[in-house]
Design a protein around this ligand. Structure first.
Ligand SMILES: C[S@@+](CC[C@H](N)C(=O)[O-])C[C@H]1O[C@@H](n2cnc3c(N)ncnc32)[C@H](O)[C@@H]1O
Length: 308
């Protein structure tokens, strides 16, 4: 029952996410802003972590960008003596099929996104050679972030790095709207804390025996955690047979839900609603959007975010 509620809550975030990206890609000005920010065709760059030096140790490193959205913000080239090497980057997101449609609909030339969810990553993307997994601004969108981290560590080669970069306490800031269901912050011991009203997990305590973990806050306030895998994930933490059973159960619940016409129509309605809002919002400048946000939420409320 709890799993069904989790799944329903997660699905309820889809219309908002799709409406947001649809209107970023629809409007030339919004898309240009995204394109200028994106580092496609440029050197890979991760805030707070020297990805170039790290990846240069390996002959053909594979990079997974999980929960990539369609921002393509990280870069896909590695400087090597005498030029640039194109990295094998896999862009992975549960909304891949919708995102690929949006890219095609507005005739934008962007990479193809592959289907995958972080909490089932070992089922879809287990392979040798994965040296870097990036989860940026997506862990807090997942229904099971801890499971997502364990699965990502399972997929990584020993010696590989899981890179997490998130707004602090995003779910609180966004009032748990859309996909925002978890908060991420640093606790008083400088450890990564993942929390909401139902769960509170200190990541370092959970994964210390098979990783080295370093968490920091960037000058812009973002929380960055780099986790180097030093040994295989203990089987008591990750039971893949159990995970496959859970995946099948989720599939069944999903089919049951979508066969309910009222439920499916409710999702469509929600999409139209958010799509109309974003249709107008994405034409506004960043400053105006910020003012609008303050007007809608109220300045006081925005400053009144609970912290961990
Ligand atoms: C705010 S976007 C972040 C996009 C990109 N990483 C960035 O930093 O611009 C969050 C993305 O997380 C994805 N997401 C939600 N749940 C997920 C899950 N369980 N596994 C992987 N990605 C997920 C959403 O579909 C969405 O595209």
């Amino acid at each position: 029952m709890e799993e069904k509620t989790e799944l329903k809550t997660w699905i309820s975030g889809i219309p908002y996410e799709l409406a947001f990206w649809n209107n970023i890609y629809r409007w030339d000005c919004a898309f240009e802003g995204l394109r200028n920010w994106s580092r496609l065709g440029q050197t890979i760059q991760l805030e707070g972590f020297d990805a170039v030096t790290f990846l240069a140790q390996f002959p053909h490193p594979i990079v997974l960008d999980v929960g990539c959205g369609i921002s393509f913000a990280k870069g896909d080239q590695l400087p090597v003596p005498g030029g640039m090497q194109s990295l094998e980057v896999h862009y992975i997101d549960p909304l891949a099929s919708y995102y690929n449609k949006i890219i095609q609909r507005y005739h934008r030339e962007m990479p193809v996104v592959e289907f995958g969810m972080m909490e089932h990553l070992a089922c879809t993307h287990q392979r040798e050679g994965v040296k870097l997994i990036i989860i940026q601004n997506a862990l807090d969108h997942s229904a099971q972030p801890i499971e997502g981290i364990l699965q990502a560590l399972q997929v990584l080669d020993v010696g590989g790095c899981l890179y997490l970069n998130h707004h602090p306490n995003e779910a609180e800031a966004e009032r748990y709207k859309g996909f925002h269901k978890f908060n991420i912050c640093l606790d008083s011991d400088q450890h990564l804390l993942i929390w909401n009203d139902c769960q509170r997990v200190v990541l370092d305590d959970l994964i210390a025996s098979f990783t080295t973990c370093h968490t920091t806050i960037l000058p812009n306030g973002f929380v960055v955690c780099t986790i180097i895998k030093t040994a295989e994930v203990p089987s008591q933490l990750l039971n893949l047979q159990h995970e496959t059973a859970r995946l099948l159960n989720e599939q069944k619940m999903l089919i049951d839900l979508l066969l309910h016409p009222r439920y499916a129509f409710g999702l469509k309605l929600k999409y139209w609603y958010y799509n109309t809002i974003h249709f107008f919002v994405q034409t506004l400048s960043w400053e105006r959007r910020k003012k609008l946000r303050q007007f809608v939420y109220g300045k006081k409320k925005l400053n009144n975010i609970r912290s961990c």
